[in-house]
Design a protein around this ligand. Structure first.
Ligand code: CP
Length: 316
């Protein structure tokens, strides 16, 4: 794997290899001495044209704990605000001699496009409504920590599916690991062509969350992405919560062993109630913690043996 642009870049062995390495990295994360020399001499640039708290910070921490030099550039405050194009921005950064580019952009396909312009390794940190592969990897890592092997486990992915890159990457990742997946949304937020897509990728669709919840091992609530809904949104916030929110009442419908995930940021009180977000079954902060280990693993797999710089150290 030269870049990580989509979960389709990884087969089952590739996913498991990243998750296994992430477990070693998680051990490092828990220890007092956190730095490994593995990426000493490498430079990683985080190029974020959309806002982020979790992904940008965890890529920065991940790179630093692997001893890479990490630089952050955001759309706001860079020369893109003066009209510089994505291509010119990327070529400018690459000309400084970087080894890895972690990119978030509002356009679907932006990361793949960037990978054609530069020699550096490119990691997709979220491109429009297309994909967010490291989110899917950390979600799988977190669920496996609590549930074990995901083969045959039933995961419901619920919410604003139309605008969700997390959905797309998770569908690929979870199906690759053999999980059963049911996607649940109001009809207005179900992606067009879902029936064909479901038949091709082998997942189920549902519109009644109350019917699905008692049968799952994990429920992943997705954020209502109001910023991507130019004409307002439907159903209204109140209607959405009544029909599709993980409310205190719905929490009681989940099996005792089932876990709750949310990629964040959350709209508390809209798609998820505080009672659910903060429940003992919630893995939401575990997902954040796993984000560092999984991104260390991804950077390790992509950069430890490639290109310039000196790769040293071991994750074992
Ligand atoms: N889950 C996720 O991508 O969060 P951020 O937007 O905070 O990075």
């Amino acid at each position: 794997m030269r870049h990580l642009l989509s979960m389709r870049d990884l087969d089952r062995d590739g996913v498991l290899s990243i998750l296994d390495t992430a477990a070693s990295m998680h051990d490092v994360q828990r220890r007092e001495v956190k730095k490994l020399p593995t990426l000493r001499g490498r430079t990683v640039v985080n190029l974020f044209f959309e806002d982020s708290t979790r992904t940008r910070s965890s890529f920065e921490i991940a790179g630093k704990w692997l001893s890479a030099d990490v630089i952050n550039i955001s759309g706001k405050g860079s020369s893109t605000s003066k009209g510089e194009s994505l291509r010119d921005t990327v070529l400018t950064v690459a000309a400084m001699g970087v080894d890895g580019l972690v990119i978030r952009h509002g356009a679907s396909g932006a990361a793949a496009q960037v990978s054609q312009w530069v020699d550096a390794v490119v990691v997709n940190a979220g491109d429009g409504t297309h994909e967010h592969p490291t989110q899917a990897l950390l979600d799988a890592y977190t669920m496996r920590q609590r549930l074990g092997d995901l083969e045959g486990r039933h995961v419901a992915i619920v919410g604003d599916l139309t605008h969700s890159r997390v959905l797309r990457s998770n569908l690929i990742c979870l199906r690759t690991l053999g999980a059963r997946v049911t996607v649940v949304a109001p009809p207005t937020l179900m992606p067009s062509g879902i029936a064909t897509w479901a038949a091709t990728d082998g997942f189920e669709t549902a519109y009644d969350l109350d019917e699905v919840l008692p049968h799952v091992d994990a429920v992943m609530m997705l954020r209502v992405q109001r910023e991507r809904m130019s004409g307002g949104y439907f159903p209204t916030a109140r209607e959405y919560t009544v029909g599709y929110g993980l409310t205190r009442e719905r929490l009681a419908r989940l099996p005792e062993h089932a876990v709750i995930c949310h990629p964040g940021p959350m709209n508390r009180g809209l798609e998820i109630a505080a009672d659910a977000a903060d429940a003992a079954q919630s893995l939401i902060l575990d997902q954040v913690s796993a984000g560092v280990a999984v991104r260390m693993s991804v950077l390790y797999h992509l950069l430890a043996s490639s290109g310039a710089g000196t790769a040293e150290g071991s994750v074992a």
